[in-house]
Design a protein around this ligand. Structure first.
Ligand code: CAA
Length: 270
């Protein structure tokens, strides 16, 4: 179950690998690989991404995933050529963005490592991830307005939650691109780093998270995401139940015992 190299033969639009982690569980790496189209997100590519995320999510040897593109583009949006002739009813029947909902169900953290263009669906894909590490060169934008459409894979919702109404309105209504530093200040990006090291930084962060007790990491992620669609009352209740639930894990007893005994904890992931 742990070797994913066989998947590379199966997929045409992404590269998949696993990164060993001396500190803990492995990191699953997914690289979008349509460089000639600036990694435009066609239907097949998104099928491959979602299927691979789900496969890593089920793999007990993997702690965290990193999703990346290349230096020039994380992804320049949904594939415009695939949509250019489509009618409303064809789009409705295709319902291609429904597949993206499955990314929301991924339990393990997913980190986007973004360099170059993250536009339209590319920006939206980065936002479905739990954190964004951006190279200085990264450019974020929702340019759909220039095609006479609007973001269709979560942009109006996730961008607004991340950067607030004022900046989201400006981005979506003008279609302008914003720099990594601007998006860091706005709260979309976790960290901005030099161009050469954005992927290494993302992988290091993923390794660090993969060294933490797995069930606590997953429940923490679930609680944070819950805050986006619940009242504070319901969210606090959800958090508390999950906090108590963690007292059923072996790792909780090990973690607290190790603290008291002044030694390093030996996590079991259960
Ligand atoms: N879909 C399909 N093909 C795309 C693409 C896209 N989103 N973005 C770039 N490409 C293709 C180009 O057509 C070109 O292909 P050819 O060589 O066959 O002509 C190739 O990638 C390289 O692109 P450019 O020559 O345009 O590269 P550039 O460096 O001059 O410009 C860019 C880069 C500013 C990002 C420009 O490519 C661009 O504006 N792309 C479109 C961005 C966009 O509008 N994205 C939103 C798409 S709609 C959407 O995403 C809906 C949603 O909410 C899900």
């Amino acid at each position: 179950m742990s070797d994913k190299s066989h998947l590379n033969g199966k997929f045409n639009n992404i590269l998949v690998s696993e990164i060993e982690n001396p500190k803990g569980l492995k990191v699953g790496l997914i690289q979008l690989n349509r460089p000639d189209a600036l990694n435009a997100l066609n239907i097949d590519l998104m099928k491959e991404v979602v299927e691979t995320l789900e496969s890593f999510d089920k793999d007990a040897d993997t702690g965290c995933m990193v999703l990346t593109g290349n230096a020039k583009a994380f992804a320049a949006g949904a594939d415009i050529k695939e949509m250019a002739d489509a009618t409303a009813i064809e789009m409705l029947l295709r319902d291609q963005f429904a597949r993206w909902d499955r990314i929301r169900k991924i339990k393990k953290p997913v980190i986007a490592a973004v360099s170059g263009f993250a536009l339209g669906g590319g920006c939206e894909l980065a936002m479905t991830c739990d954190m964004i590490i951006a190279a200085k060169s990264a450019k974020f934008g929702q340019p759909e307005i220039n095609l006479a459409v609007i973001p269709g894979a979560g942009g109006t919702q996730r961008l607004t939650k991340a950067v607030g109404k004022a900046r989201a309105m400006e981005m979506i209504l003008t279609g302008k691109m914003f720099t990594a530093d601007e998006m860091f200040e706005a709260g979309l990006v976790t960290r901005v780093v030099e161009n050469e090291i954005y992927l290494d930084e993302a992988v290091e962060l993923a390794k660090e998270i993969s060294s933490k007790p797995t069930i606590a990491v997953q429940l923490a992620k679930e609680c944070i995401l819950k805050s986006f669609d619940s009242t504070i009352e319901a969210g606090l209740e959800f958090e508390r139940k999950n906090f108590y639930l963690l007292f059923a894990t072996e790792d909780k007893f090990e973690g607290m015992k190790a603290f008291v005994e002044k030694r390093k904890a030996d996590w079991k992931g259960r």
